[in-house]
Design a protein around this ligand. Structure first.
Ligand SMILES: NC(=O)c1ccc[n+]([C@@H]2O[C@H](COP(=O)([O-])OP(=O)(O)OC[C@H]3O[C@@H](n4cnc5c(N)ncnc54)[C@H](OP(=O)(O)O)[C@@H]3O)[C@@H](O)[C@H]2O)c1
Length: 268
């Protein structure tokens, strides 16, 4: 973990869940950590907790990534404060369960900005500086839904974007490896966070057998460590994630989409 010591990290979606736990884990390495989300109170609580338990410093930046200007504003904030981001974590994200054709265009714009556009734009902005410094690491929080065909309708679109994130990671590594910049895609399975509630899934975490469910802390620690070890597409160990991916290879995509679609509608 020597790479992290005394460096600067930027973590989007750090007010809860996986992002919150990534910040807490990074705080073990005496870092300067820029935390980004909309809920200022949660970010301030995180700052207080981290700064009273470690030598790390937390910089709170409240931003709504649904706004298309936010990635550039985040970059400009870092530039004007001379924060050189060594470890970028694109984690913010959510799903939705409405039918695709009933999801209004404004909400669709927000969704695409948070899950896709902000990730691509922040990567573009910070990777240029990493390339010039010949040093940098980026952790993109993806999902096993980007590997297993993950249902029809809204959850399918979520999976399509996570699939893009995985492919994007591979493309970036083929270009930036020679500049000593590494990118990892972290693929968690069921993780107990605020995700289900925000997405409006009928399936509660209490409906998921505990063997399949992982904590945000487990996912965060594995994700950071995998990135530092140079993993490219990293499937979180535990929760039968790897088993599900293995089995999915033998099941027709049509059946998989049906099964995942049913999971989302579980209890309806
Ligand atoms: N939980 C799972 O089972 C699971 C599985 C695979 C992958 N993932 C991925 O893990 C990542 C983190 O999700 P999570 O499970 O930790 O869920 P979570 O607890 O709901 O956290 C989502 C984070 O994203 C932030 N966010 C959402 N909309 C935003 C916006 N418009 N602007 C800025 N920040 C925004 C939220 O902050 P604010 O609301 O304060 O803005 C929050 O900090 C996501 O990319 C998700 O796709 C989750």
């Amino acid at each position: 973990m020597t790479y992290l010591r005394n460096r600067t990290a930027l973590v989007t979606g750090s007010s809860s869940g996986i992002g919150f736990e990534i910040v807490k884990y990074l705080s073990n390495f005496d870092m300067q950590i820029i935390v980004i989300a909309r809920r200022e109170e949660k970010l301030k609580e995180l700052k207080k907790e981290v700064e009273s338990n470690s030598n790390s410093k937390v910089i709170v930046l409240v931003k709504d990534l649904a706004r298309s200007e936010s990635p550039k504003e985040i970059y400009d904030f870092c530039q004007s404060n001379n924060y050189k981001v060594d470890f970028l974590v694109n984690n913010a994200g959510y799903g939705f369960t409405e039918d695709f054709d009933s999801y209004d265009l404004e909400k669709l714009d927000d969704f695409l900005n948070v899950l896709l556009n902000s990730l691509v734009k922040l990567t573009r902005l910070f990777i240029k500086d990493m390339k010039e410094r010949k040093s940098g690491k980026i952790l993109q929080v993806s999902s096993i839904a980007g590997i297993i065909p993950s249902g029809s309708g809204a959850i399918g679109i979520y999976g399509n974007i996570k699939n893009f994130v995985n492919e994007f990671t591979i493309t970036l590594n083929s270009t930036y490896k020679k500049y000593n910049v590494h990118v990892s895609s972290l693929c968690p399975g069921f993780t107990e966070t605020g995700f289900n509630e925000r997405a409006g899934f009928n399936m509660q975490y209490s409906d998921v057998p505990s063997l399949f469910l992982m904590s945000a802390k487990q996912v965060a620690v594995q994700g950071v460590e995998a990135c530092l070890k140079g993993k490219e597409i990293y499937v979180v160990k535990g929760g039968f994630n790897k088993t599900m991916i293995f089995i999915s290879k033998f099941i027709p995509n049509k059946v998989l989409r049906f099964l995942f679609g049913s999971l989302v509608n579980f209890g309806k």
